[in-house]
Design a protein around this ligand. Structure first.
Ligand code: S6P
Ligand code: ZN
Length: 184
């Protein structure tokens, strides 16, 4: 064990400790992922859409290690499309991941490299296995912050470019009677 700092704590969706890192994604960081470009341009570009608190006990790229994170995805829409994460494949494609719902409600969008997709409902206590070779994105379909835990291999890395280029094969839109799935 090489790390001897303050203990890492995880309680009530809050990850804390002196080597916990936070990444913020604001509206301006998410250009291209929302379909309604007019609504995107008129949105407050400074508004935080999500934060990821992560605990990386080993160097990124280390084979055999694990990373732990909690995503806090705000409620909201751009046009009719719910706030969502950028979404990614892992750079080492076959690396899988666990997600679990902590608070709030939403969906996990999964898509393989043939663009075959499926969604899983995320709610407190739900557990989700993201297989290797599968892009993944969280969508907040509720009125409260969606908090989701994750654990993934430290050598997985992130490939955002494939999703930035062609997107996912479905979108989750706010309808009059609740979320609606639109296939692309
Ligand atoms: C990492 C894991 C999550 C996401 C987070 C934000 O492999 O899947 O921690 O990084 O949900 O999503 P994204 O697509 O912006 O990285
Ligand atoms: Zn991932």
């Amino acid at each position: 064990m090489s790390y001897s700092g303050e203990p890492i704590e995880f309680a009530a969706a809050r990850l804390s400790g002196d080597i916990v890192e936070t990444t913020e994604r604001r509206v301006r960081d998410l250009g291209g992922i929302f379909e309604d470009k007019v609504a995107f341009r008129s949105a407050d570009q400074d508004h935080i859409v999500y934060r990821v608190d992560s605990y990386a006990p080993v160097e990124p790229g280390t084979e055999g290690g694990l990373f732990f994170g909690v995503t806090h995805l705000m409620p909201g829409v751009i046009g009719r499309e719910y706030y969502m994460t950028k979404g990614h494949f892992h750079a080492i494609r076959n690396r899988g991941e666990f997600y679990w719902g902590i608070s709030g409600c939403g969906v996990l969008v999964l898509m393989d490299e043939t663009r075959a997709d499926r969604i899983e409902e995320v709610r407190p206590g739900s557990l989700h296995y993201v297989p290797g070779d599968t892009a993944h994105r969280l969508v907040n379909t509720g009125d409260a912050v969606l908090d989701v835990g994750a654990c993934w291999p430290s050598d997985a890395g992130h490939d955002y470019s494939s999703i930035a280029e062609v997107g996912f094969s479905l979108r989750v839109l706010k309808g009059d009677a609740g979320p609606e799935i639109e296939n692309r």
